[in-house]
Design a protein around this ligand. Structure first.
Ligand code: FE2
Length: 292
C-alpha cells in the first residue's frame, strides 16, 4: 500500500489496495496510520457493492447508523440505515424534484460541515463511494482543521481553547433560509454541545472543530457567537487549506471528521448523483452531556 499526496498536505491517494477483499490486520493498521497522518484518503477504481463497502467500513471500526438525520421518512429509505443516503434519489431511484423538501434540506451539505457534529457522539470517519456521478460539478471540497488551528493568532487560539458550541441541523438550514420545521423535527434536531478545539487521540494535534451546524457558543450572545464562528470558518477554508475532489465512478474517499470539514459543490439538479456514505462512530462525546 502506497500513499501519494495530492493537493494540500492533508490529502493522499492510496494505491496498491483492493477494497473489495477483506483487509489483513496490517492493512487496517496502515489505513488508520494514513488517516492519522493525512486526514483525507482517496481510493480510485474500487467497484464496491454495498456489502463490500460495509465490510471495509466494519474492518476499521464500529458503524454509525443514520436514523432520523434527514427528512426521509423511515418507509422512504432507499438504503439500509448502515448507510447515510446522500444521493439525490428517492427509494424508486428517481431524482428529487427541484423543490422537494428532502432535497432542500439536503442542500445543507453544500455548507462547510463535519458529519454528525449535531450528534452527542459525533462521527469519526466518513467513507463516501461514488456509484453514479453527474456530467459536471458535484465535487467535494475538504479543509484541514489542523492547519486552520495552527494558523490562528495567539489571542484567538487562547479565546477558542475552552469554548463549547451548540450544534444542530436547524442552524445549518437556517443559513439557507430553510426554516419550516415541524415540532417533531425541532425536537429531533435539538442542539448538542461540542468543544471548539479538539485534540487528536493518536497524534496529539489540535484542530478547530467547526461546522455549519454550530449556531451558538455557550455563554455568548448568539449574534456575537455566529459572527465569531463565521470568521473562523472563513479563515479555515482559505484555498490553501482546501482539497477539491473531482469524483469518478468507483472512487471511495474517506475523511476524518474530527480533523476536517467538507462541503458538496453544485451540479445539474436533474442528473442522478448516487453516492453512498458509511460512517464510523466516534469514541464518545466531546463535552459531557445527557445522551441524545
Ligand atoms: Fe457531509
Amino acid at each position: 500500500m502506497r500513499f501519494r499526496q495530492v493537493g494540500p498536505s492533508f490529502a493522499a491517494e492510496v494505491e496498491g489496495i483492493d477494497l473489495t477483499r477483506p483487509l489483513a490486520p496490517e492493512d487496517v493498521a496502515a489505513v488508520h496510520a494514513g488517516m492519522d497522518r493525512y486526514a483525507v484518503l482517496v481510493f480510485h477504481d474500487q467497484p464496491l457493492t454495498d456489502e463490500q463497502q460495509l465490510a471495509f467500513t466494519r474492518s476499521l471500526g464500529e458503524i454509525e447508523h443514520a436514523i432520523g438525520t434527514s427528512l426521509r421518512e423511515p418507509d422512504d429509505y432507499r438504503l439500509p440505515t448502515t448507510f447515510a443516503d446522500v444521493s439525490n434519489l428517492d427509494k424508486h431511484d428517481r431524482v428529487f424534484a427541484r423543490d422537494d423538501r428532502r432535497r432542500l434540506f439536503a442542500l445543507g451539505n453544500r455548507l462547510w460541515h463535519s458529519d454528525s457534529s449535531f450528534k452527542v457522539v459525533p462521527a469519526k470517519y466518513s467513507l463516501l463511494h461514488a456509484r453514479r456521478v453527474p456530467s459536471r460539478g458535484g465535487n467535494t471540497e475538504f479543509a484541514d482543521m489542523r492547519a486552520a488551528y495552527d494558523a490562528l493568532d495567539e489571542e484567538t487560539r487562547a479565546l477558542a481553547q475552552d469554548l463549547v458550541c451548540e450544534h444542530s441541523q436547524i442552524y445549518s438550514r437556517q443559513q439557507l433560509g430553510f426554516t419550516d420545521f415541524t415540532d417533531e423535527e425541532r425536537e429531533r434536531f435539538r442542539p448538542v454541545r461540542q468543544c471548539l478545539v479538539r485534540t487528536h487521540p493518536a497524534t496529539g494535534r489540535r484542530s478547530l472543530y467547526l461546522s455549519s451546524h454550530a449556531g451558538g457558543i455557550v455563554g455568548w450572545p448568539v449574534p456575537e457567537a455566529r459572527a465569531f464562528l463565521r470568521d473562523l470558518v472563513e479563515m479555515a477554508t482559505q484555498r490553501e487549506f482546501v482539497y477539491s475532489h473531482r469524483w469518478r465512478v468507483g472512487d471511495l474517499v474517506m475523511w476524518d471528521n474530527r480533523q476536517t470539514m467538507h462541503r458538496a459543490r453544485p451540479f445539474p439538479a436533474d442528473e442522478p448523483r448516487d453516492v453512498r456514505r458509511t460512517t464510523l462512530a466516534g469514541d464518545g462525546p466531546t463535552v459531557p452531556q445527557a445522551a441524545g
